[in-house]
Each structure stands twice: as structure tokens, then as C-alpha cells.
Design a binder for this molecule. Structure first.
Ligand code: DGL
Length: 272
């Protein structure tokens, strides 16, 4: 039998820059594959939009990634995973593989918590969808979940203000009610928040476990590909990564290089 040519890529989608941080750890864990990253910066933040709009934007983004030769797409954006993943998976069926990020984070939180009190910080839409609450309840009905929407964080990060004192002040305000609930595990339920991990650690102290996407997605993907050789065998291994944005490429190159950890060259994507 003719062996399938290894040519397909792994697609990673986020509403903006946040997912670059996730891609960076995925590439570190699985360096041999070819990746395509898409940040929909022209329409970010997604976090305050309606379910209908988030679905429409996410579908266009996923279609774009498949049109760029992806064999598998990871929706790294929690907001898009909460509001659009299930519908998109149903539509594609077994033909095209689309993975989300909520379940791996929920599984890790249940593994880490000892007092069964888990905090979740996320966008307004993710919190309103209660997806984390439901996934955690399925895994352990005795775990109590405390959520906090943090609508100001994504705009600050997208504006390159992740290191500012203002961001730290706002973070403290968002985290205070969760600390009052005596959580011992905190899920960073938004790709962007990984960028703030050091600041978050400083505020919550050393004893609360932090679960973030860049910590769980790479291993999860590795295990997924090991379980699915029919997909793994189609993936290209030319060590190439392409970056796309729906907005200004110069801005994405500047800020994106910081979040990805090295200089990137970015192309313009038109979604329809
Ligand atoms: N990065 C997205 C997430 O993980 C949210 C950012 C946004 O609001 O666009 O939820």
C-alpha cells in the first residue's frame, strides 16, 4: 500500500496573541512538526461577544487553518472552545480533527487539588458558559469551583501592557475573591493569562497550584498523536512554523515575537 505523504500541519488558533505562548511550549515539546498559528487580532477580544458571533468567527478561523494545509486544529482560545468547539466538531464529524483546551485543564486541576476548591479566571463568555464548572463536576462532583471573569486582562495584554503596574493592580482585585474562598488550585482559563503567570504567582503565593494551557496542552497533544498514528503519519516534519494575523502584521511581529520567545515573520490572513 502507498504510504501517505507527510505534509500536513498542526494548526493553532487564538483570538489574538495569547496562544503564541501555548504554541511556544507545544513546539518545545513536539519540535519536529510543522505548525500554523492564526491570531484573529482584528476582532479580538472575543471574550465579551455573543455565542453566535464567537461561533461565526471561530468557524472562519478553523476553515482558514484547514485551507492552509492543517491536518489537525487546536482551538487554543478558551472562549472559542467554550462557545464554538462542540458545534464545529459536530459539523466536521470525523473528517477533520478539531481539539479544544478546556478538558485537559479541568483534568489537571482535579489531579492537583487536595482541598477540592478550584478557582477559574477567564473571560466573561467563558465564565457565563459555565463550561469549566460542568467539566470539573463531571470529573469530580465533590470539587467546588469558584469562577471570576477578568474582562480587562485581555485588552491590556493585546495592548502590550502585560508588565505594567496597572495590570498588577487589576489582577490583585480579580484574584482577591478567589483567595477568600481558600482555593488550592487556580485554572488560568484564558490563553492570554499564561503571559501573566509570574505576576499571578507573586499575588497568590507559592502554595496554590496554577494550571495553565501551556502546561497541559503539549503533553495532551503528544499523547493524542501517539494514540492516533493515522493522523501523526500525515504530519509534515520540515520544522516550519507559519504565523498569520487578521490585522497589522508589523504589530503582530513586534509583540508576537515577545510572546513566542523569538523573532517571527507574520503573514496577513483574510477570513471569510
Ligand atoms: N484567548 C481567549 C481565551 O482563551 C480570550 C481572549 C479574548 O477575549 O479574545 O479565552
Amino acid at each position: 500500500m502507498l504510504k501517505k505523504k507527510r505534509a500536513l500541519r498542526i494548526g493553532i488558533f487564538d483570538s489574538g496573541f495569547g496562544g503564541l505562548h501555548v504554541l511556544r511550549s507545544v513546539v518545545r515539546t513536539l519540535p519536529k512538526y510543522d505548525y500554523v498559528y492564526l491570531g484573529d487580532t482584528a476582532r479580538a477580544p472575543y471574550g465579551d461577544r455573543s455565542q453566535r458571533t464567537i461561533y461565526a468567527y471561530t468557524k472562519q478561523a478553523v476553515d482558514f487553518l484547514f485551507s492552509r494545509g492543517c491536518g489537525i486544529v487546536i482551538i487554543a482560545c478558551n472562549t472559542a472552545s467554550s462557545e464554538a468547539l462542540r458545534k464545529i466538531q459536530d459539523e466536521y464529524g470525523a473528517r477533520k480533527k478539531v481539539l479544544g483546551v478546556l478538558i485537559p485543564a479541568a483534568e489537571e486541576a482535579v489531579r492537583r487539588t487536595k482541598n477540592r476548591r478550584v478557582g477559574v479566571i477567564a473571560t466573561r463568555s467563558t465564565v457565563a458558559s459555565s463550561k469549566f464548572v460542568r467539566e470539573l463536576a463531571k470529573l469530580d462532583p465533590n470539587t467546588r469551583v469558584f469562577q471570576k471573569a477578568c474582562p480587562l486582562l485581555v485588552p491590556l495584554i493585546e495592548a502590550g501592557e502585560h508588565n505594567s503596574c496597572e495590570t498588577e493592580t487589576i489582577l490583585k482585585k480579580y484574584l482577591a475573591p478567589l483567595l477568600e474562598k481558600k482555593i488550592d488550585t487556580l485554572i488560568l482559563g484564558c490563553t492570554h493569562y499564561g503571559i501573566l503567570k509570574r505576576k499571578i504567582r507573586k499575588i497568590i503565593g507559592p502554595d496554590i497550584a496554577i494550571v495553565s494551557e501551556e502546561g497541559v496542552v503539549p503533553e495532551k497533544l503528544k499523547r493524542y498523536l501517539a494514540r492516533h498514528p493515522e493522523i501523526e503519519e500525515t504530519l509534515g516534519t520540515r520544522l516550519r512554523t507559519r504565523f498569520y494575523t487578521t490585522d497589522r502584521t508589523d504589530r503582530f511581529e513586534h509583540l508576537g515575537s515577545k510572546f513566542f520567545g523569538k523573532k517571527i515573520r507574520v503573514e496577513k490572513a483574510v477570513l471569510r
